[in-house]
Design a protein around this ligand. Sequence first.
Ligand code: MP5
Length: 216
Amino acid sequence: MVAFHEQLLERARPVWDAMLAHPFLATVADGSIPDERFGNWLRQDYLFAQEAVPFLALLLARAPLAHRSRLVQAMGALEAELELFGRMAGERGISLAGLEPSPTCHAYVQFLHATAYGRPYPEAFTVLYGAERAYLDSWSRVRAMQRAPGRWQAFIDNWTSDPFRGYVEWLGTAVDGLAAGAPAAGREAMTALFVTTARYEVRFWDMAAGDERWPG
Ligand code: MP5
């Protein structure tokens, strides 16, 4: 039988493929991306990572005992990641002061928090898996396309490291366990939330590559 987390990826396949084929990733890989454009992503993802802290904390508060230690570790990794954003921004002269989330970043973060507050644990956990798997796969694609280390290597390394891959593998196995204990309607809800997460991931690259702004 195909593992549930693999079924999720199959159901999201067209969106996942669009994510991996996104031109933003190709231009990071070949080094042609202007700093200003990469800065779009860096600033917005810094805000996203900041808001991933309460998202993880909400999950952790409801996690079964067997999930706690990995989620605590993930919190520590998130702290280190926020420092990485600060360091890279400082080195490249990108200001992180007075940031405002773009419409896409805002919507994605609201979605994370709404699922963590309002949905059963297995469904909210599936959103965490979707977001982390998306970054593992997207940055692994960048790495696979690279001919030489680039200006933004620290980010590429962050989401393609062995510990991060191990964490995402654990998340997939944990999703399988949660799905096995869920009713059919719960598994459908997990699937729908996974697909929505994948859609947000594509929109996030679109936003970074483009010039998304709020009116006014
Ligand atoms: C992640 C991220 C990965 N940083 N940004 C987006 C848009 N999706 C997923 O989450 P984390 O907590 O940085 O590993």
